[in-house]
Design a protein around this ligand. Sequence first.
Ligand SMILES: [Mg+2]
Length: 373
Amino acid sequence: MIVSKVILTHVRVPLVEPFRISSGAVAEKDAIDVRVESDGLVGYGESSPMSGTFYSSDTPESCWRELSEILIPPLIGREFESLLAASKWIGTLPASHFAKAGIETAFWDMEARRQGKPLYQLLGGTAKPVESGLAVGLYDDTADMVRTIAKYLEDGYKRVKIKIERGRDVALVAAVRAAFGNIPLFVDANGAYDLTDIEVFRALDDFGLMMFEQPFAGGMLAELAELQNKVRTPVCLDESLETEDDLRRAISLGSLKIANIKIQRVGGFGHALSIYEICREHGIPVWIGTMPELGIGQAQGMALGTLSHCKFPTDVEASSRWFRDDIITPWLEVKDGCLHPNTSPGLGFEVDQAKVDLYAVGSRTFVGDTACG
Ligand SMILES: [Mg+2]
């Protein structure tokens, strides 16, 4: 395949409610839509860091720069003998995982379309429904959090994940248990704690949670192993797992019992699949996390979530859960708590160009030696 054209569009879609975690909040969803053309085929990817730098140091602006200056110029006119060759080559370039995910995943969509297969099949999955979990952010008023959970549980979501931060943890979990009883539930701290907070996690142990997601900062693998030794609840890692080496180190230390795989965080499907394989070999159950992304990224997460070793509901939710609008058609829907992959070739959803144009805050086209727009 020879890449003839790439179009980047930075889109900004308003959120239904602000998304707040232990380190910051956003009210709009920024994403970079990546359209790649080759041999008469088109593939779509999404580069989808959070705006601001509170999940990682990557932002829509930094990813735009990396895509425009590092990743796309050497790609135009370059011939790849296979999808794997393209994925590996992208992996060697000096850019962030979020930027690479935007372009690498577009190649997978394009290859699936070339083979006439749904993306999930190319990834090794099946057409099975994917269980979806509800995620809620932090709220000033706990009653608002409970109301939000009640509203969305009517859609059948298979579990609930709440965000916690220092000083707002045990009481939040107690409030959810009081309101909804013994529903499948867990907490995500986004790295807000350390070993001085061990008593918080011991107290949380009594609530029968599915997991503690990323209790300590990403690099604190030894401390996370110490925590795991002191609590019954399984520790799940998210921000810690950027590379296969991170995962191997975490496994050897005993820092995790569950892994959250995010396509964005690991730089695309190639690395997501190899991290998935390592987890499978070591008996570490996985699930698919989100930023959350807009429709392209979410549909990719759903496709990956069809793989058999994904043992917990995904964070991929209905389009309407977070976004006032979406750039794919049809929108992602959760029915009886499940997402249902489409069997058409590629992503299984069409990109709605009118919506992309409506929400565009910047666009650039790369073709031949020139870039315009
Ligand atoms: Mg997380």
